[in-house]
Design a protein around this ligand. Structure first.
Ligand code: NAP
Length: 250
């Protein structure tokens, strides 16, 4: 059984740390004793409330997942980072027969998938230099199941999950532990205008808490909330045998 990973005294970086799930992960890491969190956001002014609350344990850092140069610059600034959480993401709520479906999907792929690849490319050397550390990707139940009103988003989250699986194997070689987090509906701005979903949504705190537990258990897949756990139950055998197992081995 591998030894659990404790966030205490660690230095983390969270994309999209200014609001929603990213903000809750940031605050939970600090409450659990992280030494510092780089709040990686498009507009660093939006980190002010966190700086007012936590002082020097928060450092605002500029990252736009669409712009590789901002990610490279951040990786030079946050040289001491040990835990990277790629949380930021977008959801255009588009279906494949909509006129704007291709543009919507391309935008979601650009941020949710290409952004992940850019983050992994820029930060894996930093994590390696700092002893391996952890790379956490916020995926979704939408990585496993397509929901029609957000079909193009689901396609992007499926692609992000696929890339996360490859990162798990690639980064394992440098001692970096990779985690794939799969929340169901969580009450944030992303679903604020969808009353039916908001009704069943859970607090971002369940995502943050499940990440802490997942670090302790060194889980690759993390399923935080009620809907996610239902999917986990049905998915577990496939995941253990096919995703985490090695199907190429006899
Ligand atoms: N809410 C849910 O039901 C749910 C469920 C499963 C998975 N997720 C995933 O959880 C993650 C966080 O979602 P959320 O619900 O917290 O969403 P949210 O409240 O809409 O927040 C999205 C975050 O992503 C940032 N962002 C958007 N585009 C960006 C870009 N190009 N570069 C850098 N940052 C960018 C936003 O920054 P700005 O403030 O600058 O816009 C914001 O911080 C996403 O990956 C999402 O797919 C959400």
């Amino acid at each position: 059984m591998p030894i659990g990973y404790n966030i205490r005294n660690k230095i983390a970086l969270v994309t999209g740390a200014n609001r929603g799930i990213g903000k809750k992960i940031t605050e939970t890491f600090l409450q659990k004793g992280a030494a510092k969190v780089y709040a990686a956001v498009r507009n660093t002014d939006t980190v002010m409330p966190l700086i007012e609350k936590y002082g020097k344990r928060i450092e605002a850092i500029s990252i736009n997942l669409e712009k590789l140069e901002t990610i490279i610059a951040a990786s030079h600034q946050a040289k001491d980072v040990e835990v990277v959480v790629n949380n930021a993401g977008v959801n255009t709520r588009s279906m494949p027969l909509n006129n704007n479906a291709v543009d919507s999907l391309n935008y979601e792929l650009e941020i949710n998938v290409n952004g992940l690849i850019r983050m992994a490319q820029s930060f894996s050397p930093v994590l390696k230099k700092n002893g391996g550390g952890v790379f956490i990707q916020i995926n979704s139940v939408a990585s496993m199941k397509n929901f029609v009103p957000i079909a193009t988003y689901c396609a992007s989250k499926a692609a992000a999950y696929s890339i996360t699986q490859s990162l798990r194997e690639i980064l394992n070689e440098q001692g970096t532990f990779v985690m794939s987090v799969h929340p169901g509906p969580i009450a944030t701005d992303m679903i604020a205008n969808v009353p039916d979903i908001l009704k069943i949504a859970e607090s971002p705190q369940v995502v943050a808490d499940s990440i802490i537990d997942g670090l302790n258990n060194r889980d690759f897949h993390v399923f935080p909330d009620k809907m996610a756990k239902e999917i986990k139950e049905a998915y577990q055998s496939f995941s253990e045998n096919i995703i985490e197992g090695n199907i190429l081995d006899e």
